[in-house]
Design a protein around this ligand. Structure first.
Ligand SMILES: [Zn+2]
Length: 85
């Protein structure tokens, strides 16, 4: 049983998907012009802070290609397999 909430993150952990982006996979950061893959996001992506900053952008269509067309770069933490390149 795990009773200690402050254990280290295992190497493969996904962050909780923000409620207002529940149907979105690709989330852009308008501050850094980086796009994240929410299916593969890690704590290092700072998704929580991104959403809290109100600088998050979703795309239509919801694809890494669309994100790149708008000038976003793939996040090096989570977009290794995003197929945008
Ligand atoms: Zn990321």
């Amino acid at each position: 049983m795990r009773e200690h909430p402050l254990v280290c993150f295992p190497s493969k952990v996904t962050v909780a998907r923000p409620a207002r982006f529940a149907s979105v996979r690709w989330l852009g950061d308008k501050r850094t012009m980086v796009v994240h893959d929410l299916d593969a996001a890690v704590p290092g992506c700072g998704i929580d802070q991104l959403v809290a900053s109100l600088r998050a952008a979703s795309f239509g269509p919801d694809s890494p290609v669309e994100a790149r067309n708008r000038g976003y770069r793939p996040c090096r933490h989570c977009c290794r397999h995003c197929g945008a390149r």
